[in-house]
Design a protein around this ligand. Structure first.
Ligand SMILES: Cc1ncc(COP(=O)(O)O)c(C=O)c1O
Length: 352
């Protein structure tokens, strides 16, 4: 606390990111990073960009990257917004599109940053409860609101809504922006980007942190019709006109140019997810169906916090949330086959 803080700072409840341990001997299954490194072509592009040109500012609009993203998704450059991580893109989205008189609707269990942005930007949030199976029911969103945001697949549940449900949501709210955060969609979902040309109120947010193995590079983007993107550009250019640095731009462009690597690693993660799900079930866990690079699981006879602590003592870290409805679950990021095998082995010993 300080008397020098702006009043809003006293009210903030900041987001708490998953632990980034200093020890690299730990098996780290707690922050949904990709267990595989980035494409070798991405690393080569970053190395090639590491030269004297770093004295120059980067392209403020990141046009080469926007073109790579536009061509990958079959949209046009003015439909793409890029930023320094999807967290930053989301922050700009909240300011530019989601602050209205009516409350912003979001699931009661979803990405923990959404309520934090509401606090920072003075947006009234209204949380809509997931149903008893921890699924989003889009009918529950039929109420007056200033906008809707949800993650699909949802985090931390991993559950996926079909595009028909997203369409329903968009049809129910023709005068509000509906933001679909697709941080995990490449691990098994259909992207709502396919609907962007049909819906002026749809904005889809993606990140390169998960399926493209680039959490350390901090690149995210949003796709929507041009008026929405223009709103985002106005806020970005009122805050930081150069969010993506030269190395991030070079690496991100190269990632979209190596589709084989992207597909191959996503498939490996999905294969491991299915194996891990079966192994956890064999240990007696209930595992929610996941379309993401993590699973959300609980054991009917064992306390989740104790399991997380037991795993940690054996150098395996997973994420445990203390919120009431989910405090008996563990969120386990999909690692390599060897990492998941070790997780299962330690869990087996903790349960016996
Ligand atoms: C649903 C969701 N959205 C966005 C993000 C942020 O990703 P990044 O800021 O790394 O792009 C995360 C990260 O865990 C997430 O789970």
């Amino acid at each position: 606390m300080s008397r020098f803080w702006s009043p809003v700072v006293h009210q903030l409840t900041p987001y708490v990111p998953g632990e980034q341990p200093k020890l690299d001997t730990l098996i780290k299954l707690n922050t949904n990073e990709n267990p595989y490194g980035p494409s070798p072509k991405v690393l080569a592009a970053i190395r090639a960009a590491t030269d004297d040109s770093l004295r120059l500012y980067p392209d403020p609009s990141g046009d080469k990257l926007k073109d790579a993203i536009a061509s990958y998704h079959g949209v046009s450059r003015p439909q793409v917004f890029v930023g320094n991580s999807s967290d930053e893109v989301l922050g700009i989205v909240f300011q530019a599109l989601l602050k209205h008189e009516q409350p912003l609707l979001m699931p009661d269990i979803s990405y923990g940053f959404y309520p934090v942005y509401c606090g920072l930007f003075g947006i009234q949030a209204q949380q809509v409860p997931l149903d008893d199976s921890l699924s989003i029911q889009v009918e529950d969103y039929r109420q007056p609101c200033g906008g809707v945001i949800l993650a699909n697949p949802n985090a931390p549940t991993g559950r996926l809504l079909p595009l028909s449900a997203i369409r329903q949501l968009l049809d129910d709210h023709p005068d509000q922006v509906v933001v679909i955060d697709e941080a995990y969609v490449d691990f098994g979902g259909d992207s709502a980007i396919a609907l962007v040309n049909d819906y002026a109120n749809l904005l889809v947010v993606h990140t390169l942190s998960k399926s493209r193995s680039l959490a350390g590079l901090r690149v995210g983007y949003a796709i929507g019709q041009t008026e929405l993107i223009e709103g985002l550009e106005r806020v970005k250019n009122s805050f930081n006109a150069y969010p993506l640095d030269r190395l991030a731009l070079a690496g991100a462009v190269a990632s979209f140019e190596d589709d084989d690597y992207f597909r191959h690693t996503c498939q490996a993660v999905m294969r491991t997810r299915e194996q891990l799900t079966a192994q956890l079930q064999a240990l007696g866990f209930e595992v929610l169906p996941s379309a993401a690079n993590f699973v959300f699981a609980r054991h009917p006879q064992h306390d989740a916090a104790m399991l997380a602590t037991g795993l940690r003592q054996q150098a395996v870290i997973v994420r445990h949330f203390t919120a009431p409805r989910i405090n008996q679950y563990l969120r386990i990021s999909i690692g390599t086959d060897a990492e998941c095998a070790r997780l299962v082995q330690v869990l087996g010993s903790l349960l016996s």
